[in-house]
Design a protein around this ligand. Structure first.
Ligand SMILES: [Zn+2]
Length: 88
């Protein structure tokens, strides 16, 4: 799989931004090692990912555990991939 750099565009300016996704997914604890997750979302272009404000392509969103390094996708943190889909 090729990982493309996310493309910022002037389109899709309404909707759910990265900050909002962090608000929805933040404050969770790693289910494997019980460590509070980082307060930062990692993202890369992925056609099955989330629709994010300011980005043309969908992004895969995840938050990494600072202790065991497991990458928790936002899906697993209770934020469905349809979250931003209401935007045009
Ligand atoms: Zn962990």
């Amino acid at each position: 799989m090729t990982i493309e750099a996310p493309v910022r565009a002037s389109t899709n300016q309404r909707g759910v931004g990265l900050k909002e996704y962090l608000r929805l997914a933040g404050g969770k604890t790693c289910k494997f090692c019980n460590t509070p997750l980082r307060n930062k979302i990692d993202h890369y272009a992925h056609s099955d990912g989330w629709k994010v404000m300011y980005y043309t392509n969908r992004l895969w969103l995840s938050i990494k555990c600072p202790k065991c390094d497991y990458d928790w996708s936002l899906q697993k943190l209770g934020v469905p991939r349809s979250t931003g889909d209401w935007t045009g």
